[in-house]
Design a protein around this ligand. Structure first.
Ligand code: DQA
Length: 148
């Protein structure tokens, strides 16, 4: 089982960026927790962070072959990134969208996701644990189990 974990723009500065909204952990710390959980459920993860949409599209096109599912926090691209949405759709893989903050409790422009309509589901507002919930649920679903 191989899952792509994709972090979009500005998530590289987690830990410094608005901690009240995004939490204290750095992206490296979050990625380590994701990798630990993945190992526990016998799953390989390929993780990327990029600040530009083109780099994320390149990664999706290149890495989706041989992957089983995608977890993505597209950052602000969530709200307008149509080429990332198209790239995700073209993989035919199940996509779970994650947000650290609750995008529905924030500014109006954040309350619309162009990814949500093509996603299997969305985890929003649960902080870094949202990635773990997404990973465990996606893998369990892919294995045909209700929960690990
Ligand atoms: C975010 C929410 C987005 O609106 C914002 O632009 C981000 C982070 C989140 O994880 O809460 O960069 O995706």
């Amino acid at each position: 089982m191989r899952i792509l974990v994709i972090h979009g723009p500005n998530l590289n500065i987690l830990g410094r960026r608005n901690k009240v909204i995004y939490g204290e952990k750095t992206l490296d710390e979050i990625n380590e927790l994701i990798e630990q959980q993945a190992a526990e459920i016998d799953t390989e993860v390929s993780i990327i962070q990029a600040n530009s949409e083109g780099d994320l599209v390149d990664f999706i096109q290149k890495e989706s072959n041989g992957a089983d599912g995608i977890i993505i926090n597209a950052g602000a691209l969530t709200h307008y990134g149509l080429s990332i949405r198209d790239a995700l759709l073209d993989t035919n893989l199940p996509v779970v969208e994650v947000h650290l903050s609750n995008i529905y409790a924030r500014e109006e422009f954040r309350q619309r996701s162009v990814i949500a309509p093509i996603a299997k589901g969305q985890v929003t507002g649960l902080g870094w644990r949202g990635y773990i919930a997404a990973l465990r649920t996606l893998v369990a679903e892919l294995r045909g189990k209700a929960w690990q």
